[in-house]
Design a protein around this ligand. Sequence first.
Ligand SMILES: C[S@@+](CC[C@H](N)C(=O)[O-])C[C@H]1O[C@@H](n2cnc3c(N)ncnc32)[C@H](O)[C@@H]1O
Length: 312
Amino acid sequence: MIKILTSMTDTASAAVYGFPPREVIETPRGAVQTAPTVPGAEPLEGLADASLDAFTALAPAGAVERRYVLAQMLRALKPGGRLTVAAPKDRGGLRLKKELEGFGCKIGEDARRHHRICVTLRPEAPTGLAEALADGAPRRIDGEGLWTQPGVFSWDRLDTGTALLMSALPAFSGAGADLGCGIGVLAHQVLASPKVTKLALIDIDRRALDAARRNVGDERVSFAHADVRLGLPELSGLNFVVSNPPFHEGGGEDKALGQAFIRGAAALLRKGGVLWLVANRHLPYEAVLAEHFSRVRSALDQNGFKVFEAVK
Ligand SMILES: C[S@@+](CC[C@H](N)C(=O)[O-])C[C@H]1O[C@@H](n2cnc3c(N)ncnc32)[C@H](O)[C@@H]1O
């Protein structure tokens, strides 16, 4: 039986995936961040085989994505390297032990603060890594559609809110941005207008941006792996912004996230510039829109979603 360590000493080469809560597991100081949703992180896929002594992780909730991440971490660990993974019980934690055993690992399991914690030492020859890596890898929808990857937003279907926004968008002109661009679905429609001169695609998820790069081959487009909440100093004076902003973070609803996107859009636009935004009907965006824009119009209200046109 492997003992669960609550406090790990610093390790020669350690990596971390995401932000495991400190009161659940401790991450070695200096561990390299590898989550794709952290701008500036080291890509998990780029870690050399059998190169690390320790990996800690807050495992993602999606089953295919989680098995992919577990397989990547086992691939990157040296034989005997320590893997410490936590997940909330209702977001994959109850399945962690079985999933890791499926890779041939012997598991020490513990529970703390609504999380399951699994610790294992990487076996000499883990089993089933190739299959899990293939299942979670980038792929094209229906074999020849857009590039996508399990784990990115609405990775295998068109989101209802996105579809509604697309049905309402006018033909734009000038320079614009898509805040939280995902795999680039909105960009296709925006770029259909020849009067669009520039389009900045911004997302916090590197996997989504990698897919967008493959999906949107247009010289008017630029890409930025960035957190919209922190501001985008390299962009200003835009004619238009489109966005289907996120409203979930860490498994819970976060209204402040969408509100930050609205403030961020206002900061990027020139006077008279326009924001087109879709949101679930229950989200309280009206007050923030009214505060930062001179004219706000409800352009559509359908199927539980609302589309706003807001002029700065
Ligand atoms: C609702 S999805 C919309 C995706 C795409 N525009 C579409 O319509 O299909 C929101 C996107 O925002 C991204 N995102 C979440 N938080 C972000 C942040 N703080 N900064 C930038 N992008 C973020 C997510 O990765 C996701 O791709």
